[in-house]
Ligand binder design. Structure first.
Ligand SMILES: Nc1ncnc2c1ncn2[C@@H]1O[C@H](COP(=O)(O)OP(=O)(O)OP(=O)(O)O)[C@@H](O)[C@H]1O
Length: 599
């Protein structure tokens, strides 16, 4: 249980329900572990009194005398005595029900809180985390592993409190019986089997966690494979990969089945093993009890109390095995929960105002791993300048642009807005003043209007339309049957690349941020769409400090300044005309594939 200690804090929000659930479990336990055996001890001798006066229990005689004094007729006594049975069972049933429901509710609230924490954590983790980890694997951790936790809680909620408490109360009752009847020896014989049972549980549990870990891991791989398949339908068809994908999937499913059966074999072995061990203990108790002249009614009571101890041990064995599986899921969840956040905000952020003079890059170096990607860059960009970043693939253009909104922090050097290091500002303030139009803009589930409104949540319908107009998107949106209310698919696949880009540009118009980062699409758009995008971009950059990762010649023409990147360094800096005249690298670049065939 210590394994789950970090999660106890989640119980605080449901402490009342949990507390009541525990209480109900205790009532159930006392009713089962002591109430039922006590029932056989009290009810049976009353119903079937021993006519041999000597053998009559002293308290049966006493109760009978008292009832006689109270003038209760024998058939009334019979009714009262018989009622004991349904009353005890009713108390037990009600308490058991309340316990299961309340503990299950508390457990589910805990899983809900863990899921939300996980999701929240994922929203704040740095971009590098998502580059390092496959989205399918993260999805599996978020959904499947929390689902395993949920199932563990649902399936065990009714046993988690009730069974240990029943065991304790039955053991307590056994102790009392042993003392009263001096049959301690008989009870002890039966109880030696308890440690054997516990041993069985522990051994099975240890083997189980190893298998459960691999099972969960393979489950993650399976989800990753699934999401990969769903994300790449085009490549799968284009390269005839259908058979390969199906084969891979079949292999993974088979492996899951193999591991699931391994887990099941260990888990299902626990209960029968405990039953056999318990039966041996019971038989031994029977043998010694009979040999020592134990009476039938005493033995029934003892038998009932023994049964009430073995039953919880058996159930606890199952609970233990499930908790092991839960622990394996918890490990995978903690991989995300314990990931350091990185890119923290300063304790006392500087008051933010967008830069009014310049953005300066001082001795800036950056590496994702060992290999430096940007090397000691020094430059100053006056506010309002439109800067195109050009250079071969992998030269470091995107990385450079991504340092400005602090998607990453440099290892050395700094970026300064009017002299202030941007790490001194709160990330939220900084990012509020930067609009980013990525190469492949993501559209969120929802309508086109909602997707544009991401730029500014409170924008009116008219402002959304105006932004779309400026982005050259209004006409195509209006021509759709449902216009701005058209629902876009998960990745916006219902829209063409150029249309998606224009929606992203409309978002940026709406955001109206003074700094702009544009990553131009490398893929070719049809010429009409391309013209529209170019026009929209030209309008968008006006009056904003802009960094465009440019892949097209036409884009360079709207830039005031061009930075030529090569292997993490800036090897050319100037306007188009000057560079074309003086910079051989730039000259070879505009003649080559990098900027398309627009020269
Ligand atoms: N998340 C990452 N982890 C490790 N290395 C990375 C990561 N992102 C980029 N790189 C590496 O950093 C270098 C620069 O990449 P970057 O994306 O900045 O280049 P780029 O000039 O924008 O290229 P492109 O025009 O193809 O987008 C490349 O060698 C790339 O492999």
């Amino acid at each position: 249980m210590n394994r789950f200690r970090p999660y106890y804090k989640y119980l605080l929000t449901v402490r009342w329900q949990f507390g009541m659930g525990v209480l109900a479990g205790l009532v159930y336990a006392v009713a089962s572990g002591a109430g039922l055996p006590l029932m056989t001890k009290v009810v049976f001798p009353m119903l079937f009194p021993d006519h041999n006066a000597k053998a009559q229990k002293w308290w049966v005689v006493m109760i009978q005398e008292k009832l006689h004094l109270m003038e209760i007729a024998p058939n009334q006594l019979l009714i009262i005595t018989c009622l004991w049975i349904p009353v005890i069972f009713a108390i037990r049933a009600l308490a058991g029900y309340a316990n299961s429901i309340l503990i299950q509710y508390s457990g589910l609230r805990v899983v809900e809180a863990i899921r939300t924490d996980l999701f929240t954590k994922l929203q704040y983790l740095p971009l590098s985390f998502f580059k390092k980890n496959k989205s399918g694997d993260l999805l599996a951790r978020l959904m499947s592993d929390t689902e395993v936790l949920r199932q563990v809680i649902v399936q065990n909620s009714s046993d988690l409190i009730k069974q240990p408490a029943t065991l304790l109360s039955a053991l307590g009752f056994l102790g009392y019986l042993a003392m009263e009847n001096r049959s301690i020896f008989v009870a002890l014989i039966a109880l030696v089997t308890v440690p054997v049972c516990v041993m069985v549980i522990r051994i099975a549990g240890k083997r189980l966690i190893v298998r459960a870990r691999s099972l969960q891991q393979r489950g993650g791989d399976l989800t990753a494979a699934l999401s990969e398949s769903l994300q790449s339908p085009l490549e799968i068809r284009a390269y005839n990969l259908e058979g390969r994908q199906v084969g891979m999937f079949r292999g993974r499913v088979r492996e899951m089945l193999r591991l699931t059966m391994k887990v099941a074999r260990y888990r299902q072995a626990i209960s029968p093993t405990i039953e056999v061990v318990a039966a041996c203990g019971f038989a031994a108790a029977l043998y010694f009890g009979a040999n020592n002249g134990m009476r039938l009614d005493d033995f029934i009571t003892l038998g009932m109390a023994l049964y009430m101890s073995y039953e919880p041990i058996k159930k606890l064995g199952m609970v233990h095995s499930q908790l092991k599986q839960g622990a394996a899921a918890a490990e995978r969840i903690e991989f995300i929960l314990h990931e350091p956040e990185g890119l923290l905000d300063p304790v006392k952020p500087e008051a933010y105002t967008p830069p009014s003079k310049s953005i300066r890059f001082d001795n800036l170096s950056f590496a994702y791993g060992e290999e430096p990607v940007l090397k000691d860059l020094n430059l100053e960009i006056p506010i309002g300048q439109v800067v195109a970043l050009v250079g071969p693939s992998g030269a470091g253009k995107s990385t450079f642009a991504h340092l400005i909104p602090r998607f990453y922090d440099p290892q050395s050097g700094s970026i300064r807005f009017d002299g202030t290091d941007i790490r001194g500002f709160a990330k939220k303030d900084l990012r509020n003043s930067i609009a980013v139009v990525p190469q492949m803009p993501s559209l969120f589930l929802g309508s086109i209007a909602e997707n544009i409104r991401i730029g500014r949540e409170r924008a009116s319908d008219e402002e959304v339309r105006e932004a779309a107009r400026r982005a050259n998107a209004h006409d195509f949106i209006s021509s759709l049957p449902e216009g701005y209310e058209t629902q876009v698919g998960e990745r916006g696949d219902l829209l063409s690349g150029g249309q998606r880009q224009r929606i992203a540009i409309a978002r940026a118009f709406l955001k109206d941020a003074p700094i702009l980062i544009l990553d131009e699409a490398t893929s070719a758009l049809d010429s009409e769409s391309e013209g529209m995008v170019q026009q929209a971009l030209a309008a968008l950059v006006r009056g904003r400090t802009t960094f465009i990762i440019a892949h097209r010649y036409s884009t360079i023409t709207i830039a005031d300044r061009i930075l030529v990147f090569q292997q993490g360094r800036i090897v050319g800096d100037g306007n188009h005309e000057t560079l074309r005249e003086t910079d051989p690298i730039y000259q070879s670049m505009i003649g080559s594939q990098f900027l398309g065939a627009g020269v």
